[in-house]
Write a protein that binds this ligand. Structure first.
Ligand SMILES: Nc1nc2c(ncn2[C@@H]2O[C@H](COP(=O)(O)OP(=O)(O)OP(=O)(O)O)[C@@H](O)[C@H]2O)c(=O)[nH]1
Ligand SMILES: [Mg+2]
Length: 293
């Protein structure tokens, strides 16, 4: 969190403690209404009456910065559109933001397009969806991190509304659910079945009831990351982060409108589906989650 502390003024007065407390309360309420916080310090004072000195130091919270992190491999067909839509949506919402593209060995124009649109392009030479996110998170300057695929399947236009829920409900982790609002033609049957099995496994192994354990669109507080202690470097990163967030943090799932991706998918339905299932079993057996936390 970026905070600026200003020592605003000191109150020095001869009045009853009660009266003073009332004024202080009123002042604090006012500060809250203008996004400030009061750290008050009582220096001296008599129990009933007389001399009381209060130093007000006011903490002014800077506008929070959003870091959008996008992993990419050969996504030239879509990265430009995703970034343009993101910029428009976040600008219209009055958000201060940065966009970080974490690229692994793209052989097309992905990096060039992202850089030309003002993104910070971070090169992560090691393969892995989870690894790309770990690298991106480490570079994020914002308090709040937003993630999505580069393939134009998740709607950047939904982010302001999701952020509003995230803030209003004081969440630590929000995940976007693709299935509640999804039309039939967006995902093939095999993919749907795979997702259903993984959701069921998540419920049975961890008692985490979630509609979409594999969604790639999340909002999270950066300062909560250490509590998640992420292990996976591959595609299971997505289910791992949700299970741990659901168990340890203030967590919510919110529906979004998902569409078919542009360009080639990087996920291998059978191989990665099987790996994701194996990862869930391994995670359940691990000492870390054996206690159910
Ligand atoms: N940097 C990096 N990005 C990756 C890696 N693997 C996948 N990605 C990106 O991560 C995002 C998710 O990958 P997708 O292929 O879309 O996987 P998916 O969303 O599960 O599959 P689809 O439903 O077919 O889109 C995309 O933006 C990919 O380009 C990786 O090893 N490194
Ligand atoms: Mg995708």
């Amino acid at each position: 969190m970026h905070a600026v502390s200003i020592n605003l003024f000191s109150l020095y007065g001869y009045c009853s403690g009660e009266l003073l407390n009332l004024s202080v309360q009123k002042f604090e309420d006012f500060l809250k209404s203008i996004n400030c916080e009061c750290a008050k310090k009582k220096d001296a004072g008599d129990a009933n009456v007389l001399k009381t000195v209060i130093n007000f130091s006011v903490v002014v919270f800077e506008e929070k910065v959003i870091s959008v992190v996008i992993p990419t491999i050969d996504e030239e067909a879509s990265i430009g559109k995703v970034v343009e839509r993101l910029k428009q949506s976040l600008r219209e919402a009055g958000e201060e933001f940065e966009i970080i593209v974490v690229d692994t060995n793209s052989r097309d124009r992905t990096r060039e397009i992202a850089a030309s649109l003002g993104c910070r392009v971070i090169v992560e030479p090691e393969r892995g969806y989870g690894r790309a996110y770990k690298t991106g998170f480490a570079h994020a300057k914002g308090d709040i991190i937003v993630t999505l695929d580069a393939d134009a399947s998740y709607p950047p236009e939904a982010i302001p509304e999701l952020l509003s829920v995230f803030r209003k409900e004081n969440l630590d982790f929000l995940t976007a659910d693709r299935f509640s609002l999804m039309s039939r033609d967006v995902m093939n049957t095999t993919h749907r079945l795979g997702n259903w099995i993984l959701n069921l496994a998540t419920l049975m192994l961890f008692n985490v009831k979630i509609n979409d354990s594999q969604s790639g669109m999340w909002i999270l507080r950066k300062d909560r990351l250490p509590e998640l202690d992420m292990k996976s470097n591959g595609f299971p990163f997505s289910e791992e982060i949700k299970i741990k967030a659901a168990k340890r943090l203030r967590f919510k799932e919110v529906p979004i409108r998902y569409t078919t991706r542009l360009g080639e998918k990087k996920l291998n339905t059978w191989k990665d589906g099987w790996n994701n299932l194996k990862f869930l079993v391994k995670l359940r057996m691990s000492r870390e989650l054996r206690t159910g936390k």
